[in-house]
Ligand binder design. Sequence first.
Ligand code: FAD
Length: 372
Amino acid sequence: MKNYDYLVVGSGLFGAVFTYEAMKRGKSVLVIDKRNHIAGNIYTKEEDGINVHVYGAHIFHTSDKKIWEYMNQFAEFNNYINSPVAVYGDELYNLPFNMNTFSKMWGIKTPAEAKAKIAEQIKELNITEPKNLEEQALSLVGTDVYEKLIKGYTQKQWGRPCDELPAFIIKRLPLRFTYDNNYFNDRFQGIPIGGYTQIVEKMLEGADVVLEQDYFKLAESGKLVDGSEVSWDKLLFTGQIDEYYDSCFGPLEYRSVRFETEKLNEENYQGNAVVNYTAADVPYTRIIEHKHFEFGKQPTTIISKEYSSEWKPGVEPYYPVNNDKNNAVYEKYAEKASKEDNVIFGGRLGQYKYYDMDKVVAAALACVEVEL
Ligand SMILES: Cc1cc2nc3c(=O)[nH]c(=O)nc-3n(C[C@H](O)[C@H](O)[C@H](O)COP(=O)(O)OP(=O)(O)OC[C@H]3O[C@@H](n4cnc5c(N)ncnc54)[C@H](O)[C@@H]3O)c2cc1C
């Protein structure tokens, strides 16, 4: 029987950073993942020379220079800037909401004109205490931006009309009064040239990695899928914390996404990596054209339509639903977890938290500091 210092459940970014750092400090690590590939949700797969973001568009962005430099050890990043476009019926707008959007919407030119237009619409609505997401959004951006760019999209994302959704989902709606289509405000941004999977591959170099291995089956039998027996001193678990505890305080809720990917026999389908469909009558929320993340010139293209969907056990959980009810349930799991001596929970599922990649790397490095 082989004994490891650490068993890392989940080969996503959190598990991979932890593994890399643990091995650097001389620890032995076994990494398992129930999927048939490494890298979790940042997995990219090369097809026809195009790196397909299999679990949705992933753009690395951060304002933390240390995290940027940390990631650049494992790959060279290109100068991709995320500048999505929104389609509403026959109309096309730049995102995030900025002077290009306002100019197209109202035929205006100056920031003062745009501010006046929005203020006028907000005043007419006279919403003092927003009771739901619809009122909250209207009181922040006025009628036109809400109706054309937020309403249908948000309804599709959550599977419910905006007036039935709680106001807390939208805390702020940044409006930018410059002609700047860069979606993120961060100082550093890019896509790893050659995709994300190579980053995780490098992080896991030297660790034993077993795929298509569910943790609960291993915990029950002590045996890996190939029949070999293993043991470990400590566990890092990056799967669902509620599942780990057999949902003893009740299940946590998530939202899921379904991706429909197709190859098209044309060079350039939509001219941009990310196009949002903001009308409620188009069933998908976005179309991703993968080649544009790396400025690809291939003769064919690959697109993915994203459909936001209900989560139920057995379906891939993507987004935690951090409402009061779920947060209260999560606190009970977190409390139980804090009493464990030999188990650490990390990542978006282990900590029931939406984390961008840079925050995952930072959290994993912080975990290493405490643990190692
Ligand atoms: C659609 C979408 C788009 C995103 N876009 C961006 C973006 O543009 N920029 C950005 O910074 N971030 C983005 N993110 C966030 C990014 O995906 C996460 O920050 C990151 O992937 C989290 O890594 P993780 O290791 O915590 O989780 P994961 O990548 O989910 O890894 C967890 C792994 O654990 C495995 N696992 C779970 N349970 C078990 C078990 N019982 N046994 C064995 N293995 C198990 C899973 O199979 C999975 O591989 C996006 C997320 C989504 C959902």
